[in-house]
Design a binder for this molecule. Structure first.
Ligand code: GLU
Length: 507
């Protein structure tokens, strides 16, 4: 049998204060998708806007579902997004511990208090009985709910269960009639019939408290002033309000924030369509772009401004502007926004931040393994200067510029031979190009352009035909940066070798 531990933990009670205190309270039962970080971001932004505190608390009382590495993932995700934590498991703080398993005694203390005041009771029902009851209710099309058998045990029956040494949980005795009003800052007052409220378990047989008691005790003791959480918690909120009342505590301000939905209007799910922060990182999204993008998922400053720096968001962010309709996750918008942020980087910053993506192994999205690392910084700066305007993610650089680094390029004749040309005319054009380029004593792009335009006229071709042929010959691609700048960066030696190879290919 679990003993209720009556020790208090010498908890510091926060001073009554108006300084906002907001928390992110993830359960380490899996890796969070980006929607969860969006809600955390709202809390963080408001904390920073108001000079308040942002607290990380790990809600790990569901031991069976705890996933290794999850806490690290949350912490790294917050760090990547630049959401610094004022109090939390790694840095501590005055209201710790910040892991719920370490706060067990506190939950037991308040469960005892509720037992003593008769607002809670011990339930001796076995999991088997509860299971059978649930199945029966479902079969009879009734909402599955505890039938309150143990709430009405006589003193003798209770004593008999105790004497038999049975295990028990503690359930909160919900009022059986009347209504509960949940004040929600976004949705207004929501009224619930008490007959619909289940006698929630507030202490499990292992002495740990489930979410319904644990989060509430912590929010209270940690002085949380504003609770922002997903709207899936709305249906539980009246139960929480009842528990707050029973403990004589003032609930915090509730903001049940609409979920982030996919474009199909369905809830985002990690399995279906929602990446995690680390997926974004791997693909080469900039955290500052993701930050900006997330802030607009369910919040808007006005109906047009989309680009905000971190400081601008902190300044502009208020909770009233959180919408009550869901934010729609649009990956194309993120891609666009990321491109905007990439263009804002200086060329040096771009190189600094893109090099690790290009230098990682090919299997992880880097340049082909045949390309020697580390890459030449100066050359890479010239290469990336050509793509700066077009890059949408840092990760795509590996593919987009790989022909600048590869010793051999491979392509089919179909992309070498242009419209209304054949092998013979392509061959002739390439031979002329080679001879012309060989005669140049400079490899400057303006000269290349001038001379090659003259060649177009001389050969009676369209510019697109000759330049398309040369583009494919030197890059193996049909889409590249501007041809002449690209040739200048590739250099005379590489271009001439590749043109020779193209001549041989089409001969
Ligand atoms: N641990 C809860 C969850 O991960 C937190 C909900 C809340 O913010 O209160 O869903």
């Amino acid at each position: 049998m679990t003993q209720i531990d009556n020790r208090t933990q010498g908890q510091l009670q926060p001073e009554p204060t108006t300084t906002p205190r907001l928390r992110f309270a993830p359960s380490p039962t899996g890796f969070l998708h980006i929607g969860a970080f969006r809600t955390a971001l709202f809390s963080w932004l408001f904390a920073r806007h108001s000079g308040g505190k942002f607290i990380l608390r790990i809600e790990d009382t569901d031991l069976a579902r705890t996933v290794e590495g999850a806490v690290e993932d949350f912490t790294n995700g917050l760090e990547w997004l630049g959401m610094d934590v004022d109090e939390g498991p790694t840095i501590g703080g005055p209201f710790g511990p910040y892991y719920q398993v370490q706060r067990k005694a506190l939950y037991q203390q308040y469960a005892s208090q509720l037992l003593e005041s008769g607002q809670a009771y011990r339930c001796y029902c076995t999991p088997e009985r509860l299971d059978e009851m649930r199945k029966e209710q479902i079969a009879n099309k009734l909402p599955p709910r505890y039938d309150r058998r143990c709430r009405y045990l006589t003193a003798e029956e209770r004593a008999a269960h105790e004497a038999a040494g049975e295990t028990w949980t503690v359930r909160f005795a919900m009022p059986l009639e009347g209504q509960t009003v949940v004040h929600d800052m976004l949705h207004g007052d929501m009224v619930f019939k008490n007959t619909d409220l289940d006698d929630t378990v507030i202490l499990k047989t292992n002495g740990l408290a489930p979410y319904h008691l644990a989060h509430l005790v912590d929010d209270h003791l940690m002085g949380i002033t504003h609770v922002l959480r997903g709207e899936e918690w709305i249906s539980s909120a009246p139960r929480h309000v009842q528990i707050y009342q029973a403990l004589g505590w003032e609930p915090p301000l509730f903001y049940h924030v609409p979920n982030v939905l996919g474009k199909d209007k369905k809830k985002l799910s990690k399995r279906r369509n929602a990446p995690s922060w680390s997926d974004y990182k791997k693909e080469g999204y900039l955290p500052e772009a993701v930050f900006n993008f997330l802030a607009l998922l369910g919040w808007a400053y006005d109906d047009q401004t989309e680009l905000f720096t971190r400081e601008e968001l902190i300044k502009a962010f208020t909770l009233e502007k959180i919408g009550i309709s869901s934010g729609i996750y649009d990956p194309e918008k993120l891609l666009w926004m990321n491109g905007v942020y990439i263009r804002k980087l200086s060329l040096q910053e771009l190189v600094e931040r893109t090099l690790p993506y290009m230098e990682r192994p090919e299997a992880e999205g880097g340049l082909p393994d045949s390309v020697q690392r580390p890459l030449d910084r100066e050359y890479t700066t010239r290469v990336l200067a050509l793509e700066h305007e077009r890059l949408k993610t840092l990760g795509e650089a590996s593919y987009v510029v790989s022909f600048f680094y590869e010793k051999e390029i491979d392509y089919g004749l179909d992309i070498l031979i242009q419209k209304k040309m054949d092998a013979v005319s392509t061959h002739a054009a390439l031979v002329e190009t080679r001879d012309l380029l060989n005669s140049l004593d400079t490899w400057e792009h303006t000269v290349l352009e001038e001379k090659l335009r003259e060649l177009v006229t001389k050969l009676g071709l369209k510019a697109g035909q000759l330049f398309g042929t040369i583009r494919t010959a030197v890059s193996g691609r049909t889409a590249t940066p501007p041809l002449f700048e690209m040739m200048e960066v590739l250099g005379r030696e590489v271009c001439m070798k590749r043109i020779d190879q193209a001549i041989a290919k089409v001969a």
